[in-house]
Design a protein around this ligand. Sequence first.
Ligand SMILES: COc1cc(O)cc(C/C=C(\C)CC/C=C(\C)CC/C=C(\C)CC/C=C(\C)CC/C=C(\C)CC/C=C(\C)CC/C=C(\C)CC/C=C(\C)CC/C=C(\C)CCC=C(C)C)c1O
Ligand SMILES: C[S@@+](CC[C@H](N)C(=O)[O-])C[C@H]1O[C@@H](n2cnc3c(N)ncnc32)[C@H](O)[C@@H]1O
Length: 295
Amino acid sequence: WPGSPLGARLLSQKKQALETHFGFETVSEEEKGRKVYQVFEGVAKKYDVMNDAMTLGIHRVWKDMLLQKMHPSPGTHLLDVAGGTGDIAIRFLNYVQAQHRRKQKRQVRAQQNLSWEEIAQKYQNEEDSLGGSHVIVYDINKAMLKTGKQKASAQGYTAGLSWVLGDAEELPFDDDKFDFYTIGFGIRNVTHMDRALQEAHRVLKPGGQFLCLEFSHVDNTFISRLYDLYSFQVIPVLGKVIAGDWKSYQYLIESIRLFPSQEEFKEIIEDAGFRKVTYENLTSGIVAIHSGFKL
Ligand SMILES: COc1cc(O)cc(C/C=C(\C)CC/C=C(\C)CC/C=C(\C)CC/C=C(\C)CC/C=C(\C)CC/C=C(\C)CC/C=C(\C)CC/C=C(\C)CC/C=C(\C)CCC=C(C)C)c1O
Ligand SMILES: C[S@@+](CC[C@H](N)C(=O)[O-])C[C@H]1O[C@@H](n2cnc3c(N)ncnc32)[C@H](O)[C@@H]1O
């Protein structure tokens, strides 16, 4: 029916369906993917220092809290999507290593009549200090993964860690494979959030947990005003001065403002099939951790 009113309406609906947001800008879906790629390709080398500068180190506390909520035990398999430079993966390795050591100590204490030689032998035989745990850092951006790999190996993290390039909307993993799926400050950048969440649900084992750390809506008017002032007046300036990139940091704050509220995002997660969905606000809701289970 080209030329008819119905045809025109269908055409306009189709066009609208293929449009999305890149910050406050309306762009085609294809363009959004390209622009997001360019943003992280450009900031990759300065990514970690920018996070410390923008939050005065508070992002580290948020990531630590994500790990406390996960509370992984030795033998856990984690998929960290949009994992970037590997902050969550490195914290995961530290956490399971500490858990594994605690478990070993408890076992040694339980066998009180062992000699010192036997105890030393027991620790030496334990080649895998992670108790079989493994984490995959999965990200669409080569530059972010490269920066992350360099950082991790400089800090001595290689065992139990893999880096895989790809899109959150199409995971190259079998069904029912992981104990945990995490995504930190990543889902906001994905073009079709629903597809990414469905993929998260597919690759988790039954009983597996989805955890998302993301910017959210501030619950205090005074802090909200300060936060807006800080975001719009300071963050792009920091982006320009430290990373030589104003636009990417303008995109960051715009994308934060457009992200759904805690309750709206909870419903989106439920629509993907997750159950027992809850969230916890951190720093007055500047960020929130959403959790859901595949049951
Ligand atoms: C391109 O995409 C990305 C690129 C990336 O590199 C990273 C990401 C992912 C992003 C992150 C992981 C972090 C992004 C960080 C934010 C969006 C900011 C989060 C904010 C906070 C943790 C702090 C909370 C801030 C407030 C409640 C507002 C407090 C603000 C003030 C006291 C200052 C108010 C501002 C003015 C009056 C404007 C003029 C001020 C100046 C020129 C002085 C500059 C001041 C500062 C540097 C102070 C900053 C103070 C704090 C951070 C204090 C923290 C306090 C509390 C937590 C209450 C990515 O997607
Ligand atoms: C703000 S960084 C977060 C990095 C890390 N999770 C952290 O907390 O520091 C966002 C990451 O999402 C990645 N990303 C964006 N779109 C993606 C997609 N469709 N699939 C996978 N990763 C994506 C970017 O390349 C970037 O590394």
